[in-house]
Design a protein around this ligand. Structure first.
Ligand SMILES: [Zn+2]
Length: 112
């Protein structure tokens, strides 16, 4: 992962908030996954495997509708294949929803 100092600081603050509130722990993995795929760094075996696994979890959750528990089970299986992952060129835009949006939320609303 590579990010600007400002992004990294906001990410740290978001993680601190999540660790400090049990109701937010369920979303913690999403924060980690989203941050990782928005900050893939440069091509290396480590970044390819790390970003690939984070991206796969997001795909399983959002495109295939798996529950967090089933996605985690699938991730354990998919980890065995990470050595064949290839670098995916990041899109020009990483989207408008960034860690800055979550950093600016004072009192997160929990919906289920
Ligand atoms: Zn950033």
């Amino acid at each position: 992962m590579e990010s600007s100092p400002g992004c990294w600081a906001a990410y740290g603050a978001v993680l601190e908030r999540e660790y400090g509130n049990p109701a937010l722990l369920e979303t913690h993995r999403l924060s980690v996954d989203a941050y990782a795929v928005q900050h893939p760094g440069r091509p290396s075996r480590q970044s390819i495997q790390s970003v690939g696994l984070h991206l796969l979890r997001l795909i399983l959750l959002f495109e295939h509708g798996l529950t967090a528990e089933r996605a985690n089970d699938a991730m354990l299986h998919l980890c065995r294949f990470k050595h064949v992952f290839q670098w995916l060129e990041p899109p020009a835009s990483r989207g408008s929803i960034t860690v800055a949006v979550f950093f600016s939320v004072r009192r997160p609303r929990i919906t289920r």
